[in-house]
Ligand binder design. Structure first.
Ligand SMILES: Nc1nc2c(ncn2[C@@H]2O[C@H](COP(=O)(O)OP(=O)(O)OP(=O)(O)O)[C@@H](O)[C@H]2O)c(=O)[nH]1
Ligand SMILES: [Mg+2]
Length: 371
């Protein structure tokens, strides 16, 4: 007989949080009284799904090491999701160390924002090379887009083969599109499903593991993303992130600089170029870029902010002095300068020096060209 007083644990199907009636400021809050068979979205997911409302950060459990151990114990297929745009933010050493000895397939998400002229093969080779550097040799590397369902049939087929009847776990950094991929698969292959996992441009949307059945005895597990403090995602105001995350195919911006010139990207970055250089910048089409004379570039930056001549994307950056300086030596072969999560600049190898200033704590690195 059912015990009416039994403590029932109910989870939000949108974010995986344990549902509760007590504290509106904590995850899983539901204003309606919870009953045994309640199948409610928590208030946060309801608002995110219906109004796309930006929430303040809710603390979420990020004990992904335990989840990985569980996945490995069950011989599950681990799908490591990497973001083709913010690729360097997707390389998380602790995650990589934990999954090295597992059965790993890689899905490269957000293909739609990378210029369509670039071949998938090129992207796959870039990802393979970068993963080899950190000692990961995936069973498969696949390119996808949850926005236009690109390649989903092939990915599903490959994962079906690789999982060999076992469960599938998706891991990766915040906002790489793990939940969007699960939803895209659900929409394509199970029209009966009405419940969708909550997705949003705000990092840390999924709060707990979400289990979705694949067949009678196996499941796909969506997991909370891992936050990297060195990425721009961790620093830009949540409400303004939508300008930074590219939503459409990136239109590369080409600059032929004569030397002693600076490029200013909203109030997020200033790039000082001393010698003649050809640059191609890849970033969200919503970001604004201005050219300035190097010697006056700090003043120009400050005036642009003062006169509100571009959208201020970080409330704490009111002058060029608020940015952190990175002095880079460009190698003699072509390379990318990356501001983690914000943009990358393809530059011809010239051995010159370039100074990048951006938000404090955000990584600036030089890597081999992505495309
Ligand atoms: N352009 C584009 N945007 C995508 C794609 N997949 C996801 N997004 C967007 O990226 C943002 C994050 O997507 P989510 O699916 O919530 O990402 P997540 O990895 O589950 O994030 P967390 O739960 O925070 O770890 C949302 O704004 C999505 O709309 C894609 O293939 N293309
Ligand atoms: Mg998610």
């Amino acid at each position: 007989m059912e015990n009416k007083n039994e403590f029932i644990k109910l989870y939000c199907p949108g974010c995986g949080a344990l549902l509760q009636n007590d504290d509106p400021l904590k995850s899983g809050f539901v204003p309606k009284k919870l009953e045994a068979k309640s199948n409610f979205l928590c208030q946060r997911c309801f608002r995110l799904q219906h109004y796309g409302e930006a929430y303040e950060d809710i603390h979420y459990s990020n004990d992904y090491q335990t989840i990985i151990s569980k996945a490995k114990q069950s011989d599950a297929l681990i799908v490591y999701v990497v973001d083709l745009f913010a690729f360097d933010c997707s390389i998380i050493n602790s995650l990589i160390t934990a999954i090295k000895d597992a059965r790993v397939a890689v899905i490269c998400s957000k293909r739609d924002v990378i210029p369509s002229s670039v071949k998938d093969e090129k992207l796959i080779n870039f990802v393979r090379y970068r993963l080899e550097e950190v000692d990961i040799k995936p069973l498969a590397i696949m390119v996808s887009s949850a926005v236009n369902n690109y390649n989903l049939d092939e990915i599903l087929e490959t994962c079906e083969e690789l999982r060999n009847g076992h469960d599938v776990y998706l891991f990766g950094a915040v906002s790489v599109g793990k939940s969007s991929l699960v939803n895209a698969f659900l929409k394509m292959y199970d029209n009966k499903t009405t419940e969708m996992i909550t997705t949003s441009p705000y990092p840390g949307t999924t709060l707990n593991v979400i289990r979705v059945p694949i067949d009678e005895k196996s499941y796909v597990y969506d997991t909370p993303g891992i936050m990297t403090e060195s990425s721009i995602f961790a620093h830009v105001d949540r409400k303004l992130l939508k300008y930074v995350l590219p939503r459409k195919e990136i239109k590369p911006r080409v600059f032929q600089l004569l030397g002693n010139q600076s490029l200013i990207v909203n109030n997020l970055a200033k790039i000082d170029v001393y010698d003649k250089a050809n640059l191609i910048i890849f970033m969200s089409n919503d970001l604004e870029i201005r050219r300035a004379k190097l010697e006056r570039s700090d003043t120009t930056f400050n005036n642009l902010i003062k006169n509100k001549q571009f959208k201020l994307l970080d409330r704490n950056v009111l002058s060029a002095d608020d940015l952190q300086e990175h002095n880079l030596d460009v190698p003699h072969q072509d390379c990318d300068i990356v501001i983690s999560g914000l943009l990358w600049i393809k530059i011809k190898g010239s051995g010159q020096k370039i100074c990048v200033r951006t938000l404090k704590g955000v990584d600036v690195v030089i890597r081999e060209c992505k495309i």
